[in-house]
Design a protein. Structure first.
Lengths: 348, 454
């Protein structure tokens, strides 16, 4: 069964998030940072969608827009048929219960002045769920779920390690019983030694609670471990989307190829010798004619500089790429053959 | 019981504050002084704390008793039911009765008739008055030198030696009482040069009699322990110590109220500026700049000219300007704090703006508030003192340090050192204590030793 067989939980269509750039004496809007530039995606229930891309490509902004922490400039975000992008008041509050977030930095995402119990209980208090005793019981249950001791309830975040803090963040995200969790680089601030624990915790929770994840990361090995489907973002756009095995085996966009080639390996037989990407990411303020990746692309042709390529299917409908030479790129052999790299700490 | 649940940052700061001895003891002293100031009527008041009179206990501190209650003779032309009892005089009179009774008792020996007469003559020898340490209230004028010397002089002129001695004893003029008793007073009074007869006032002025020295002059009077003016009297004969105490009470509570209202308003405004940002921040910031440009002293002077300033009116006027300083700090703190992810997390589960600002962000933004508050208190005390000195503060006869300093700096009072030293000393000590507290708080809240900005 693939993700496409089920009715999707969340569907984003043509989502734009532009930030005005102000200039001049009166602070007129003289341009826009196109952080998210026409993204469409769907997340199936109990599946994980990975969002990858280099820093500044708009993946965090997209995550926050899907969470309605940012209101999209244009486009719709439908959660089971309800428009999250336009919801207000009570309806927004009800939708917020369904989607929760795990943040990147476990040090700043927990309020240092609140105890663990208060932090985990806070969403329940905000939504007025249950009596005080029921809330207390739920907090204990949640802490148990993420593998923390009940005695942690009266302690403060500063007494915990990064991995433990991230578990607390997960417990807080689970408090309202969401069906979709947006995890924004949940392990990139953690020591490699505890990454695996947190990732496996998330996988276990997905199995037990039937969660869907949007997993934002720049680390492809982690994405390979976690995700069912992967969307690669470049400069505010999705340039390739595919089931994880296909993406790693037959990338159809030169940017994806470059990302895969950049995965470091300890195995000398798998060293690629591939040339890393050259050049800078173009400014997101100027609108480019043609493919935004063209200035850095090894496969570039004159036609690339004319139109912005749309996401189009490659071989199967589940695999789409925004490249006019996608068929050639997908057919070209990868510098390294073999399975996608394993995530650190993942059990064999 | 466990400590109330303080988060570790606050707990660490409190520990550090306690470890800075200077600030900690300054706080203890200042708090003790404030508690004492609350109980000022038991420290400086013309009403007695307790009176034991003919088998009954009276507690007059908050209760009016006329002179008649204690069989006290009123001044000429008054009814003893209309005037409040003069407890300090009662205390001295009854004390004198005890002395004279004891003296008579040893003279009478075992003669029952003489003892009975003695007992009838001194009926109040077993009655007691407990006065506050300073037996003066801050409003009462004490022209004691004139009163005492006139009374004794009259008794001497009328030939009532016993009465004169009694009065001298009553007012603690032991040397004069002995002189009257031995008759030496006549030689002293007759020794005038070129005058047919001198008066007690002359003896006081010329220093011919040591126990009278300092009497006979008009207020301000130098400190005198016999009359229990520990810091002397001001130019209207009011006790300086009592006025200092009540002045402290008014200025410290004035400052606390003022700083409280100012900091609350400033915190709310500054927090909203920082949290909301954007247009609200821009507009309110310009308004604040306009307000800063208004010279506040002139505003106070204009308003004081239109209305009679009262405690609450002054707080209201000064609050208009007091809240501004803290807004800058709260604004920047909020700008910094709102970008941290726990704020985003609170938004993501739908916490209201109000809840985010006051439950999540504010507790993390309190450092400037706590560290600036002691210094704001210093400023407020100084502001009130300054206004009082200029005459735009609380209306007379409210006891006030500024007004005392004003008296001390008058040309005619330049040699009355007690008038200068007392209010300046009190002001200096108070401000130094508060500054000590402020410095220690600032040191204890210094983020450097354990800051972690990941």
């Amino acid at each position: 069964m693939t993700a496409a067989d089920e009715a999707p939980l969340l569907v984003a269509e043509n989502v734009y998030k532009h930030y005005p750039v102000r200039g001049g004496v009166w602070g007129r809007s003289v341009g826009a940072i196109r952080a998210v530039d026409g993204v469409s995606l769907a997340v199936a229930p109990q599946r994980t969608l990975g969002l990858v891309g280099e820093s500044g490509c708009g993946k965090s902004t997209l995550g926050r827009t899907l969470m309605r922490l940012e209101t999209p400039t244009r486009g719709t975000v439908m959660f089971e048929g309800r428009d999250l992008a336009r919801a207000r008041g009570d309806e927004l509050q009800r939708l917020r219960r369904e989607i929760q977030m795990v943040f990147q930095d476990p040090y700043s995402s927990l309020n240092p002045r609140m105890t663990i119990g208060e932090i985990v209980r806070e969403p329940l208090v905000v939504h007025a769920i249950g009596s005080r005793t029921e809330q207390a019981r739920r907090v204990l249950e949640l802490l148990g779920t993420v593998g923390l001791d009940a005695s942690t309830i009266d302690r403060y975040p500063s007494e915990f390690s990064g991995g433990q803090r991230q578990r607390i963040g997960v417990a807080r995200a689970l408090a309202l019983g969401p069906r979709l969790v947006v995890a924004d680089e949940p392990v990139s601030a953690l020591d490699v030694s505890v990454r695996g624990q947190v990732l496996n915790l998330m996988l276990r929770l997905q199995r037990e609670l039937g969660l869907a994840f949007i997993f934002i990361s720049h680390d492809l090995s982690v994405v390979a471990h976690m995700c069912d489907t992967v969307a690669v973002m470049y400069l505010g756009r999705i340039v390739e989307e595919a089931p994880v095995e296909i993406l790693f085996a037959r990338p159809a966009h030169p940017y994806t190829r470059a990302l895969l080639a950049a995965i470091p390996s300890l195995d000398p037989r798998r060293r690629t010798g591939a040339v890393p990407l050259e050049g800078e990411v173009p400014s997101p303020i100027e609108a480019l004619a043609g493919c935004p990746f063209a200035p850095r692309c090894a496969w570039v042709t004159a036609a690339c500089r004319e139109d912005v390529p749309a996401l189009e299917p490659v071989e199967t409908s589940a695999h789409r790429a925004a490249c006019i030479r996608r068929a050639e790129v997908a057919a070209a052999p990868l510098p390294v053959s073999g399975a996608p790299p394993r995530a650190p700490g993942a059990s064999p | 019981m466990r400590w109330p649940r303080l988060d570790p940052i606050t707990r660490r700061r409190l520990q550090r504050f306690r470890r800075i001895r200077r600030g900690y003891y300054a706080l203890v002293i200042l708090l003790a002084a404030m508690v004492l100031a609350v109980f000022a009527p038991y420290l400086a008041e013309s009403r007695a704390i307790a009176v034991w009179y003919r088998g009954t206990l009276y507690l007059p501190t908050f209760q009016y008793y006329p002179m008649r209650t204690f069989g006290q003779a009123p001044p000429a032309g008054w009814d003893s039911a209309d005037i409040e009892a003069d407890y300090y005089r009662l205390q001295r009179e009854w004390g004198t009765e005890r002395i004279l009774y004891a003296r008579g008792h040893s003279a009478a020996g075992a003669d029952p008739a003489a003892l009975a007469a003695l007992a009838a003559k001194y009926p109040d020898r077993d009655d007691y008055v407990v006065m506050p340490p300073i037996p003066w209230n801050p409003y009462q004028s004490d022209f004691w030198a004139n009163e005492i010397l006139n009374d004794i002089q009259q008794a001497l002129d009328a030939g009532h030696r016993d009465d004169a001695e009694w009065l001298a004893l009553r007012d603690g003029l032991g040397e004069l009482a002995a002189a009257i008793r031995s008759g030496r007073i006549d030689t002293l009074l007759a020794a005038g040069k070129g005058h047919p007869k001198r008066t007690l006032g002359d003896l006081a002025r010329t220093g011919a009699m040591v126990s009278l020295a300092g009497l006979g002059t008009s207020p301000p009077n130098a400190p005198d322990l016999r009359r229990r003016h520990y810091l002397g009297t001001d130019s209207q004969g009011r006790d300086v110590a009592a006025r200092l105490l009540y002045g402290f009470r008014i200025s410290i509570f004035f400052a606390l109220f003022l700083v409280l209202t100012g900091q609350v308003i400033g915190t709310i405004v500054g927090s909203l500026q920082g949290y909301l940002g954007g247009r609200f921040d821009l507009v309110s910031q310009r308004l604040i700049e306009v307000l800063i440009a208004v010279p506040f002293l002139y505003v106070v002077i204009v308003i004081a000219a239109l209305f009679q300033p009262t405690f609450w009116l002054l707080i209201a006027i000064l609050s208009l300007f007091q809240w501004i300083a803290i807004t800058f700090f709260m604004r920047t703190e909020m700008y910094r704090e709102k970008t941290r992810e726990y704020c985003l997390a609170a938004k993501s589960y739908g916490a209201s703006h109000f809840r985010i600002v006051f439950r999540h962000l504010l507790p993390n933004c309190l450092t400037p508030l706590v560290t600036f508050t002691p210094f704001a208190v210093v400023g407020a005390i100084f502001a009130l003192t300054g206004l009082d000195y200029l005459g735009y503060g609380l209306p007379a006869p409210t006891p006030s340090w500024g007004e005392l300093i004003g008296q001390a700096l008058q040309a005619s009072n330049r040699d009355k050192l007690w008038l200068t030293l007392a209010p300046f000393g009190a002001l200096t000590i108070t401000l130094v204590l508060v500054v000590f507290i402020g410095e220690s708080v600032r040191e204890a809240f210094d983020p450097k030793p354990y800051a972690r900005y990941e």
